[in-house]
Design a protein around this ligand. Sequence first.
Ligand code: T4K
Length: 401
Amino acid sequence: MSTHAPLFVTRPELPPLEEFLPYLQQIWDTRVLSNNGPFHQQLEAELCKHLGVPHISLFTNATMALVTALQSLRITGEVITTPYSFVATAHSLMWNGIKPVFADIDPVTLNLDPRRIEAAITPQTTAIMPIHCYGTPCDVDAIRRIADDYNLKVIYDAAHAFGVRRSEGGQMRSVLNHGDLSVVSFHATKVFNTFEGGAIISPDARTKQRIDHLKNFGFINETTVVATGINGKMSEFNAALGLLQLKHVDQAIARRGEVEALYRRLFAGVPGLRMLDKPVDATPNHSYFPVLIGPGFGASRDAVYEALKAEQIMARRYFYPLISDFPMYRGLPSAVAQNLPVAREVSDQVLCLPIFPSMADADVERVAAAIIAAGAPRRPAASAIRLVTPASHDVPLVATI
Ligand code: T4K
């Protein structure tokens, strides 16, 4: 058993506590705790500037934001989505009475494969819900073309894509600008966290207004309710924290980049271990560091996962099982294994390794060494080796080599 402190897949960044106290003081003084207070408004404005997006609506979390995004566009019928995601993606459809239709992923980006999207369209299809998996941008141009051709909406689950930019017309633009709506998560485990939180990015003020009404029970004034809304409002506490986190987030992403670079150096040339390609013409946020443990590695993914655990390294199998394997989805026609061969293979091979800004180089080296050792050709365990005993002994001798 390892004597090291446990190393988790992530460790949330927090600002120095003394920097947060003046924000708390203001909340205590004003007693404005929620309902579009000053910190909420300021965070929406600062996020628009920081991310380079036109309109943002803050939410309690990304799952509530996904549910509301679908409501706001009045999506019904079938929505094509990926089985290779966190379960919240498909759950948000079910909460709206929408049937998820799973399509397979691209083996390089692990995002929805546009050709498979097109093949899954039926007369009931109304929208596409792709994710920018691990922050790798989807093929947004191909998805837009398909959506235009078939008159479909696109709602991006961009939970992983805070700060991700791609080159467009000679400029680096936020990937959150794509789709009819985009939803980002500010959960504790994300690149930018407000403890819990999320947001919808809208292309125009009218859409934002409808979303803001929906997240406030449908109220448009004290006495008028125009829609069956929900309570999705972010509190002043979370918004204040977000304002402070925003000051530190670029530095945090830069350090994540260094951690990733070190992993890439340490794993270069290791047989059977695949790292994802760096996204082309894009600025990543290094939110996750997935590796795929293939047949040539010398140990299965699950054996590596267990070996790491024994060393107190808590890697995670994001995303295993596939969403389509959970009981509420596996009866769907699109959930059958033959429909999703790439997603299934990746899901059986993936391991997300610890990556976070406060991670020391020595910890990255420790993770890499543990993985490489797990895949090295095994020496037989001592207890398994039995020497042929001399005739005079009844009991076999056990020896080590
Ligand atoms: N769409 C996608 C594509 C998503 O990935 C997610 C969330 C969503 C939608 C929904 O977004 P939100 O509604 O959550 O805003 C985690 C997160 O809970 C979840 O937000 C995230 N995706 C998913 C990929 O991962 P778990 O069950 O693995 O979390 P947990 O609690 O095991 O945390 C992982 C590790 O992080 C822990 O071992 C230790 C560390 N940790 C975690 C928390 C919560 C901390 O150190 N401190 C903490 O407070 O789901």
